[in-house]
Every structure is written in C-alpha cells, then in structure tokens.
Design a protein around this ligand. Structure first.
Ligand SMILES: NC(=O)c1ccc[n+]([C@@H]2O[C@H](COP(=O)([O-])OP(=O)(O)OC[C@H]3O[C@@H](n4cnc5c(N)ncnc54)[C@H](OP(=O)(O)O)[C@@H]3O)[C@@H](O)[C@H]2O)c1
Length: 250
C-alpha cells in the first residue's frame, strides 16, 4: 500500500488548531506531521523536550506550523496547565500512551494505577477540559487511540487491553454527549505498528498474524486519523476504525 506523501495531501485543515498528545514519538509524531501537512497548526505534546523540538523542526522544514507543549499526563495539574496553554483547540488526538505486558499477578497496584492514569484518566481529563470549548464554538473533532488489544484476548495484555477498551467506550459516550454541539468523536484501533513502544521483533511477529503479514508504519495510522479529522469524515462519529492489517477480521 502506498500512503499519500505530505506534498500530495489536501490542505483541508487550514486554519484549524490540532493538539496531538504523545507527538514526540511513533504514531503521534506521524499524526502531527500529517495534520500539519493538511494545513493545521499543530500543538505537539510530549514530555521529552529534545524529541519535541525535533518534531517541531521537522514540521517547520516542510512548511508546516507547530509549537511544543510539554506535560506529564499522569499529573492532573499538568493536564490542567496543558488545557490552559493550548487555548481553543479544533482537533484533539488523544494518542499518548504506554504499555505493560505480562502475567496478571505481575502488575501491582501502583503499576496498574500508572497505566490507567497515563492511558485513560489523561484522555478523560483532557477531553473534559477541551471538548466544552469545541461545543461552545459549534465544531470540533476528537480522535482516540484504541487498539486491537481492546477487543482481542491477549494473554499478557489484560490491563493494557482494558485501558484501550475504556478509550473506545469513551468514544461512543463522548460522541453522544458532544455530538449535539457539533463535535465528532471517533477512535482508531491499530494492530502492531513499528514504534519505540515495543521491540520491532514483537511488532514483526504480531504482524505475521495479520492478513497483510506485516506490522504498520506509523504513517499508515496517521493517514486514517488525518481522514477522521477532515471534513471528508463529516458523517462519522462514535466509530472505532480498525487499522490492523485485518487482524480482527480473522
Ligand atoms: N505501536 C503499536 O503497536 C500500537 C498499537 C495499538 C495502539 N497503540 C497506541 O498508540 C499510541 C501511541 O503509541 P506509539 O506506539 O506511538 O508509542 P511511543 O512511540 O512509545 O510514543 C508514546 C508517546 O506517548 C507519550 N507519553 C506516554 N506516557 C506519557 C505521559 N504519562 N505523559 C505524557 N506523554 C506521555 C510519549 O511522550 P515522551 O516520549 O515525550 O515522554 C510519546 O510521545 C498509544 O496510545 C498506544 O497505546 C500503539
């Protein structure tokens, strides 16, 4: 499959402000570049300042507009600060996340709480801070990052899968809650994607169990998010779109 290059990407988000969480790495970084190529001004969020600066430079080199907003999303105070710094946001991509894979008895209460605070509570508090402003302005788009782990049974992924199932559940509830105010809310559910979140050997091995027999590149997830954020997806809300090489179809 070929993904349209930035040069060929339609500038259908010109004038929009997009906040992409976890945009210093992997999928989020590809999403930030994609939305910038579509014309949005991108607020690149992450924790790592060096990689944040690199992401901004990459976007600016291709003629895009971006600025870096650091925050640790495990900290509710930092999330409140991020909401304030971001100001009026038209597109929110709740992408930041972390993983923990292992046997259920191996994850203690602190680890469980850390996983849920970074993956679930952060997206909840950020959306609570940003969606009402979208509603007051009469339009907005939210995209959440789910996973095949939300609906497939992975022996080592009980807690991680539950965090992603929560995001897909938020998607349906927020579509109902904010839809009447003009806000569309959808999720993407990627299969294995080659990013630093897990060793490439593991992504490659899981990729072999998809119909397409390979993991995705981050740009292939970003392309779908770019579409969901665009006016072309104007009749889509409350949906979770599988971008998994056919993993869940088998
Ligand atoms: N890769 C896959 O196979 C795959 C499959 C399905 C779903 N997903 C989901 O896709 C999303 C992105 O994953 P990825 O693969 O691109 O991972 P990644 O390359 O490891 O990037 C994760 C990003 O999230 C940020 N982040 C993590 N915890 C944070 C926290 N507490 N506060 C602030 N930022 C935090 C990181 O920021 P810093 O590095 O700057 O700290 C980084 O920018 C995640 O939600 C993941 O669950 C990934």
């Amino acid at each position: 499959m070929t993904v349209r290059s930035d040069i060929e990407t339609g500038r259908d988000l010109t004038g929009k402000i997009a906040l992409v969480t976890g945009a210093t790495s992997g999928i989020g970084r590809a999403v930030a570049k994609r939305l910038a190529a579509q014309g949005a001004t991108v607020l690149v969020h992450g924790r790592d300042v060096n990689r944040g600066v690199q992401a901004i430079e990459e976007i600016q080199l291709t003629g895009g507009s971006a600025r870096f907003l650091p925050a640790d999303l495990s900290d509710p105070g930092a999330i409140a600060g991020l909401v304030e710094e971001a100001g009026a946001v038209d597109i929110l991509v709740n992408n930041a996340g972390t993983v923990w894979f292992g046997p259920t008895p191996g994850l203690d209460a602190a680890g469980f709480d850390h996983l849920f605070s970074a993956n679930v509570r952060a997206a909840y508090l950020l959306t609570a801070g940003i969606a009402p402003g979208m509603g007051a302005r009469g339009s907005g788009v939210i995209v959440n990052l789910g996973s095949i782990a939300a609906s497939g049974g992975f022996a080592a992924g009980a807690a991680y899968g539950a965090t992603k199932a929560a995001l897909e559940s938020f998607t349906r509830a927020w579509a109902a809650e904010f839809g009447p105010l003009g806000v569309r809310v959808n999720s993407v559910a990627p299969g294995p994607v080659l990013t630093p979140i897990q060793p490439a050997e593991e992504s490659n091995a899981l990729g072999q169990s998809t119909i397409l027999k390979r993991p995705a590149r981050p740009e292939e997830i970003a392309a779908v998010i770019g579409f969901l954020a665009s006016p072309d997806a104007g009749y889509m809300t409350g949906a979770t779109v599988a971008v998994d090489g056919g993993y869940l179809a088998l």
